[in-house]
Design a protein around this ligand. Sequence first.
Ligand code: AQP
Length: 329
Amino acid sequence: MTRVFSGVKPSGALHLGNYLGAFRQWVADQQEFDCYFCVVDLHSLTVEQDPSQLRQATIETAIGFLSAGIEPDQCTLFVQSHVHEHPELAWLVECTVSFGELSRMTQFKDKAKAKGGESVRAGLFTYPALMAADILLYDTDRVPVGDDQRQHLEITRDVAIRFNNRYGETFVVPEATVPRLAARVMDLQHPENKMSKSDESPQGTIDMTDTPEQIVQKVRRAVTDTDGEVRYDPELKPGLANLLELMAAVTGRSVDEVASGYEQYGPLKADLAEALVEALRPVRERYARYAADPGEIAALLGQGAEKAASVASKTLARAKDAMGLLPRG
Ligand code: AQP
């Protein structure tokens, strides 16, 4: 059966970009494929985290998965640091990937610039090796992600192909699956930037659990442009293009179809706000139900980690053996 793996960092409140870029694909995949979905908490440590907030964010992110529609009896849901094979395989991957390859990662370059040069953590640089390990441990065929993760998927494929050529067939070479629409949801206030959990842009970010009033207000205030013409042009009209793409993604229509239905920005914004309120309504309702019982979530994550470890340990053993590490006697 086709194997799927994907993860989300517990680095802040989940937003519309996570929902449309990642979760909607996960929900569709869980009905058809053998899915492993992971709260990738080790990735959060690449930047400063408050320890007690990280623990809380880890549970909140798992609740977010369930709120988005992930069914725990249809897939394996777990926390990355509960399965020690992840950092262990990451070291083997680090020893096969080059400094040059890691230096070319645009996410590292952008975040390193934003976080301040020399003091950037080494883990932010080697992050793609851990991400490759996350994926390869589960013999993953498909990785449903947003557009920003394409480059990390490419390096994962390169790692797997090179490892197989050098040490013999060990890893499945995975493919990224990226949604056709809303693969890169942009910030509503700064449409040149991706909507993001950890950027300080509360008015530009629609959280998955925002109230209808908050959604309406944020969409109404979304930055557009002054020429007033409704047409899809991501280069010249990035704010409007984002709104049109969002509308297309939540209504299942094409961007052109949406654009041709409006002559002014106001009615588009009003209809988009209404469509987003409806799209996120079931998410808000499930959130209220799951958040009331964090004990149940902790138990689910424990069972998930056990199942994940039983797959991951076999892949790790295969990789260690292939590289010539002596098995414990
Ligand atoms: N704006 C986005 N549009 C579409 N998809 C997105 N994703 C993230 N932002 C958007 C997808 O969500 C999944 C989880 O992302 P992540 O937690 O690994 O971190 P990220 O991609 O770095 O997302 P953030 O929200 O920007 O987190 P921070 O601010 O902490 O770095 C991935 O599939 C991603 O593509």
